[in-house]
Design a protein around this ligand. Structure first.
Ligand code: COA
Ligand code: AMP
Length: 630
């Protein structure tokens, strides 16, 4: 079948199309229907079926003869470790961990927070939760204690599973003190914590609260898979919105399995038994879907990479891993390629390795800039596929289906909508615009299976954030256009979310932290263009009247404050002191204009600006830190 036929069918007959795709999954009770639209605009999928994720990702492969196949390759240049775990070993480890969690009272529906670096135990913890029908919420290691505390209070976990430490180049990330700090800050108190002690740093366990990962599994009876309903939450993953309070994106079990299973062959062109590598982190949605669930569901081999594209030890690490493991399909963020290109523009490291196993490179997480795409195409000699998605959708909204029908690549576009996504570009009034015209990108409801059915305990926020603005549509928060051939182009966010090194961050959250500094009266954070990371946050600080402290000192303190409150991942290192912020007459800060000034781009004077002279003051201040230079 051609892409066009598959896509058309998915839109015309979503129920029939997805029921057919559901055959790739082992159900305890088979679905009789795919789509449940009674609660529209809230839609649900596979609600009358019963299934277990862990069975589909692990047990059934062992039962089907893949027991000796490697399921997980752990490659950690930062600890000089390489380890292979077969499906049979994975089953043993996961059922033992699930048994120990069960013995401590974890049941279907309980929440478990996982705070771990890129080690196979993070995947085992996720799968053990899935085995019991517990709802995991993985928190990225680059977040500070306060962010972890916010998630503890929102998800109200019965347990937290953490590692003693993570390893960043040049420093050890002390997870345990961060965890302890978060536990002190949070109002909700989990029953217990499981600590995986790493050789690099053994943490002190808090008596009566913490248990050792190995010790608590000793002599335990392995747990069996617990079937859950198709609409049962598989996980909660927090993501940045416009405020400091992150949104708890929910993923329902049945649709998650069906959609991910569809993508492995059709989009990524991977066959069971082959090696698929996604160089992300389990703390992000890409890690959930394409380090853990999709490759394992498909009976492929996944790679857990604990390192960076450069510096661990050099810009040849990616090529070594592809060569050594015969990776057929590779997924990373454009920023990683920019880092490699900067260090090794001629591809000298690449020449040392044989990457001929690779069939395609997939990029996502941020806009894939043409220079990087062309460089990667030339150096690797394989199609470079940009694809667009969000934490909310869990899988690609737009892509180029390499296993179904490879379509021509248009550089600058993540290609065409994937099945079930009726992508449209709307004007402010919610009317579709004509091909080539810019507008807000929205998806006509229902969204396909695997996408968020709701936010955790926050339906009003779900409706307000995504459904209310364009009734009958899901508002993506991205702006762009669709060309005459149906190719989608993602140009910018319509909100204050920025994208730093493929990480989604909220400028609103950073502003809240800056505003808490005693000398800061008012502030704004914008995302400015950065050659390596795509965007970087930049803060403007208006000081309280009478404050005559050294500006450099205050800037330094605010940088430290954001690192301390949000975490190093915010990459907040730039700020300037200004007298006033440019605003509209109604008091709205003109952030978009400030971005244009900082990036030295042309801009139109906003008609509603209160005092145009402030824009010159902003430009002068920006020049002192190397921005706004024409
Ligand atoms: N735990 C603790 N700290 C972390 C962390 C983690 N898991 N991940 C990143 N950090 C820290 C970094 O050490 C850095 O700290 P520093 O300010 O002390 O240097 C800070 O957070 C910012 O990290 P990052 O923006 O990632 O920059 P970097 O300089 O460490 O690396 C790249 C730059 C481009 C090499 C890196 O961002 C990269 O590989 N990105 C790929 C992005 C990706 O995979 N995104 C997932 C979506 S597909
Ligand atoms: P996240 O939820 O962290 O995956 O971030 C999702 C956001 O990242 C999207 O809404 C886009 O703004 C941006 N994004 C992700 N993939 C792409 C892409 N291929 N092209 C352009 N922007 C992207």
């Amino acid at each position: 079948m051609s892409y066009a036929d598959v896509y058309r069918r998915s839109i015309d007959d979503p129920n029939g199309f997805w029921l057919e795709q559901a055959q790739a999954i082992d159900w305890d009770t088979a679905p009789t229907r795919a789509l449940f639209d009674e609660g529209a605009p809230i839609y649900e999928w596979f609600k009358d079926a019963e299934v277990n994720t862990c069975w589909n990702a692990v047990d059934r492969h062992v039962a089907g003869g893949r027991g000796n196949q490697v399921a997980i390759i752990y490659d950690s240049p930062v600890t000089h470790t390489r380890q292979e775990i077969t499906y049979a070993e994975l089953l043993e480890r996961v059922s033992s961990l699930a048994g120990a969690l069960k013995a401590k009272g974890i049941e279907k529906g309980d929440r478990v927070i996982i705070y771990m670096p890129m080690v196979p135990q993070a995947l085992e913890a996720m799968l053990a939760c899935a085995r019991l029908g517990a709802i995991h919420s993985v928190v990225f290691g680059g977040f500070a204690a306060r962010e972890l505390a916010t998630r503890i209070d929102d998800a109200k976990p019965k347990a937290i599973i953490a590692a003693s430490c993570g390893i960043e180049p040049g420093r050890v990330v002390h997870y345990k003190p961060l965890l302890d700090g978060a536990m002190d800050m949070a109002t909700h108190k989990p029953d217990f914590c499981v600590i995986y002690q790493r050789e690099q740093e053994v943490a002190h366990l808090t008596p009566g609260r913490d248990v050792d990962w190995h010790e608590f599994q000793y002599g335990i009876e392995p747990a069996a898979c617990v079937p859950v309903r198709g609409d049962h939450p598989a996980y909660i993953l927090y993501t940045s919105g416009t405020t400091g309070q992150p949104k708890g994106v929910l993923r329902a079990t049945g649709g998650h399995l069906v959609a991910l299973a569809w993508t492995m062959k059709n989009l990524y062109n991977v066959n069971p038994g082959e090696v698929f590598w996604s160089a992300s982190d389990v703390g992000w949605v890409v890690g959930h879907s394409y380090i853990v669930y999709a490759p394992l569901l498909h009976g492929a081999t996944t790679i857990v990479f604990e390192g960076k594209p450069v510096g661990t030890p050099d810009a040849g690490t990616f090529w070594r891993i592809i060569d050594q493991n015969k990776v057929v399909s590779f997924f990373t963020a454009p920023t990683a390629f920019r880092a490699i290109k900067r260090e090794d523009p001629k591809g000298e490291f690449l020449a040392k390795y044989n990457t001929s196993s690779l069939r395609a490179l997939f990029l996502a997480g941020e806009r894939a800039d043409p220079d990087t795409v062309i460089w990667a195409q030339q150096k690797l000699g394989v199609p470079v596929i940009d694809h667009w998605w969000q934490t909310e959708t869990g899988w690609a909204i737009c892509g180029n289906p390499q296993g179904l029908e490879p379509l021509p690549v248009k550089i600058g576009s993540p290609s065409v909508p994937m099945p079930g996504y009726d992508v449209q570009v709307l004007d402010e009034g919610g009317h579709p615009v004509k091909a080539g015209d810019l507008g807000a990108i929205a998806i006509k409801l229902p969204l396909p299976p695997g996408t968020l059915p709701n936010l955790w305990n926050a339906e009003a926020r779900f409706r307000k954030s995504y459904l209310d603005h364009f009734p009958g549509y899901y508002e993506t928060g991205d702006a762009g256009y669709i060309d005459e051939d149906g190719y989608v182009y993602i140009m910018a966010r319509t909100d204050d979310v920025i994208n730093v090194a493929g990480h989604r961050l909220s400028t609103g959250a950073m502003e809240e932290v800056l505003a808490s500094h005693p000398d800061v009266g008012e502030c704004a954070v914008i995302g400015v263009a950065d050659e390596l990371k795509g965007q970087l946050p930049l803060g403007f600080l208006c000081l309280n009247k009478g404050c005559n402290r050294d500006h450099a000192e205050i800037v330094k303190e605010t940088v430290g404050l954001v690192r301390d409150k949000i975490g190093p991942v915010a990459a907040f290192k730039l700020a300037v002191v200004v007298d006033r912020l440019p605003k509209t007459r109604s008091g709205k800060i003109l952030r978009a204009t400030m971005v244009k000034i900082a990036d030295a781009e042309d801009y139109k004077m906003p008609a509603t600006i209160d005092d145009p002279a402030i824009l010159d003051e902003i430009a002068v201040a920006l020049r002192t830190i190397g921005y706004a230079n024409r």
